[in-house]
Design a protein around this ligand. Structure first.
Ligand code: GLU
Length: 294
């Protein structure tokens, strides 16, 4: 029997969660619980492997505002074999190639006219064995692995953005240091945990076509997406810790939840009350401009 679907929240432990991150977590919880899904917590620590103290504080803060999740939080670094398995499966199908480009190489490479902005220019895609050897020696470091894609775009369905078509390029699935790349890890983890609803900040909307395309390749169903508007500071930039009183430790409870509720135009100020009122169609579509109390 397939377990019921799940939603999730997947913080990266790069810094303490601010009110914008907490608000996205509340929305992910509301979307999951209001549709009878399980709600899972995942620590996306592949890029921040030394920050288990920050991750622990993030989980404490999420619990402190009243969020509950099913089962213990899962940590990406605890199961590298899960990603290796997916990479091996793609490699066996001839879908990966080695890439020796540095970030700078990618930025400076000549682009075909009309090549989409931000797409890998394909420098290492069709190297001969001799060329590959030459680049390997010149780079002096292990290659990243890129997906050999046969499309340039993919369309996903997003509950808030409708049909969204975005770039799918030959993106990295394993970094040169052997660690699974974010786009692969997310897809593999969501599938392994039967996550079928992905609610997260709309800064990741542009990544969703790549991820959905990869999910298809790996034989996994595409999740339903809801990319929610981010929280901005008074200058219109993405909210950050330096903006002042933005973390739970700084704002305190129940104020942080009251502010989140007000920003989402809920009358209720408890999670249970918000769940009763929750209607995705009525969610504000614009970013919330947050002014920390002075
Ligand atoms: N860990 C990612 C982040 O904090 C989010 C991953 C996801 O929700 O797919 O930006």
């Amino acid at each position: 029997m397939t377990p019921t679907g799940a939603g999730r929240f997947a913080p990266s432990p790069s810094a303490d969660l601010h009110i914008g991150n907490l608000r996205t977590a509340v929305l992910a919880w509301l979307f999951a619980r209001s549709t009878g899904r399980r709600f899972l917590m995942r620590v996306d620590d592949l890029d921040d492997r030394t920050h288990s103290d920050i991750a622990a504080r993030q989980l404490d803060d999420l619990a402190a505002i009243g969020l509950t999740w099913d089962g213990p939080a899962e940590w990406q670094t605890h199961h590298p074999q899960r990603y290796d398995h997916a990479v091996d499966a793609l490699a066996e199908r001839g879908l990966l190639y080695e890439c020796y480009c540095s970030r700078k190489d990618v930025q400076q490479a000549p682009r075909a006219p009309h090549a989409p902005q931000g797409a890998y220019p394909g420098t290492c895609r069709d190297l001969t064995d001799a060329e590959r050897e030459e680049r390997r020696e010149a780079a002096g470091r292990p290659p990243a692995l890129r997906l050999r894609t046969d499309v340039t775009t993919h369309t996903v369905h997003d509950l808030l953005h409708g049909e969204y078509t975005g770039v799918v390029d030959d993106f990295v699935v394993r970094r040169g240091d052997g660690v699974a790349a974010y786009n692969l890890a997310v897809v593999v983890d969501d599938a392994a945990q039967f996550v079928d609803q992905v609610v997260r900040g709309d800064d990741l909307l542009a990544s969703s076509p790549r991820q959905a395309y990869l999910a298809n390749l790996l034989g996994h169903p595409e999740p339903t997406y809801a990319h929610v508007a981010l929280v901005l500071n008074e200058d219109g930039a993405r909210l950050a810790k330096r903006d002042g009183a933005v973390t739970l430790a700084q704002i305190g409870m129940p104020r942080v939840l009251e502010q989140i509720a007000a920003s989402l135009r809920f009358g209720a100020t408890t999670l249970a009350g918000m769940l009763e009122e929750f209607d995705p169609a009525g969610l504000p579509r614009d970013p919330w401009i947050y002014s920390p109390a002075t």
